[in-house]
Design a protein around this ligand. Structure first.
Ligand code: AKG
Ligand code: FE2
Length: 355
């Protein structure tokens, strides 16, 4: 039987007059509200915040800096998710990226079709859900995915969006690089490993813009399913509308972003590289009936040609044999993007099972 195709973008669907119910193809049976902590319990789950200026400023007292490196390692270990404050990316640049993204999704459907793309390795691709050719239930989300490094690609519309995105991606690349250096330092690895093992000078960077329109039955739909990201670190900004939830100790914790913070997810390749010390974070997006959510996730990975395996100094003792088989990042990314997005199903395939 041919796969069911969504009629259109979720944006168009959500704008249909008198839409009181969602089509059954958007009903997701995987939502389990009881796995969220009771509301008055949320305070005991506070998402770590990292002060970026303490990691990078040359005038930081060395004790404060090593405390910041420890906090960063702890955040990667305990949560795989943290918020970065004092990152130095201007607030107005972030607002312009969100506005440009809104402008892109507001283009006429025929105009967006120009950027549709056919294959997961096409550098510009927009669409709906995650992978409609493989999904049984669709997600309440439209997206634009663009490869922005080592070569910068971008849609030519709307006017000015490409320049803003180019500047923003350069800034996030710098922040990601410094966070990764701090993470490596915390693992006891030399900074040159970034270039030696991961070839970060040619690091793969993808700009992912997401729109989650208003949904008349938010308790039945999901914006994005529980999943981990394929790269090393993903940096997320959003409009003022929440919806991102991170899994922590088996519970879903809603992310209430600190003002002007970057939200950071650790990805599968950090888990592989750290030989399982820093597990990639599982997250999902829930939707609502009042305000559309816009987010921009910029994912930072190794070079597509890098064959990634656990960092050699971390697997030299008998107590810590390599827990993942080496795989070319490009092959990993292509496979993850061509299948259904489900938990850590791709990472499971490279994990070495030991009894
Ligand atoms: O919308 C968000 O905050 C998260 C998006 C996300 O998880 C992704 O694009 O991989
Ligand atoms: Fe994600």
């Amino acid at each position: 039987m041919a796969p069911i195709q969504p009629a259109t973008t979720v944006k168009t669907l959500s704008e249909s007059p008198n839409l009181n119910f969602i089509p059954s193809t958007y009903v997701n049976s995987t939502i389990n509200p009881s796995d969220s902590p009771a509301f008055d319990n949320l305070d005991s789950y506070s998402i770590p915040a990292i002060d970026f200026s303490l990691l990078t400023s040359t005038s930081t007292d060395p004790n404060q800096r090593s405390e910041a490196i420890d906090n960063l390692g702890k955040a990667c270990h305990d949560w795989g998710f943290f918020m970065v404050v004092n990152h130095g990316i201007p607030e107005n640049l972030i607002e312009e990226v969100i506005d440009g993204t809104q402008g892109f999704f507001n283009l006429a459907e025929e105009e967006k079709k120009e950027f549709e793309g056919k294959h997961v390795l096409d550098p510009i691709r927009c669409g709906t859900s995650f992978n409609t050719s493989k999904e049984k239930a669709f997600f309440w989300r439209d997206y634009l995915k663009v490869f922005v490094h080592p070569q910068f690609h971008f849609p030519s519309k709307p006017n000015g969006y490409s320049d803003i995105a180019s500047e923003y991606c350069e800034r996030t690349r710098e922040v990601a690089k410094k966070l990764l250096s701090g993470i490596l330092e915390g693992l006891g690895l030399e900074e040159c490993f970034l270039d030696k093992a991961l070839n970060m000078k040619l690091g793969f960077q993808v700009f992912i813009a997401n729109l989650y329109p208003r949904c008349p039955q938010p308790e039945l739909a999901l914006g994005m399913p529980p999943h981990s990201d394929h790269g090393l670190l993903t940096l997320i900004i959003q409009n003022q509308v929440g919806g991102l939830q991170v899994q922590h100790q088996g519970k879903w914790i809603p992310v209430n972003a600190l003002p002007n913070s970057l939200l950071v997810n650790t990805g599968d390749h950090l888990e592989i590289f750290s030989n399982g010390k820093y597990k990639s974070n599982i997250h999902r997006v829930v939707v609502n009936n009042t305000s559309p959510r816009i987010s921009v996730a910029v994912a930072h990975g190794p070079s597509l040609d890098a064959v990634v395996s656990p960092a050699s100094p971390l697997v030299q003792s008998e107590n810590s044999p390599p827990a993942y088989i080496p795989m070319k990042y490009k092959d990993y990314m292509e496979l993850q993007q061509s299948n259904q997005l489900h938990q850590k199903s791709m990472l499971e395939q490279v994990k070495i099972q030991r009894n």
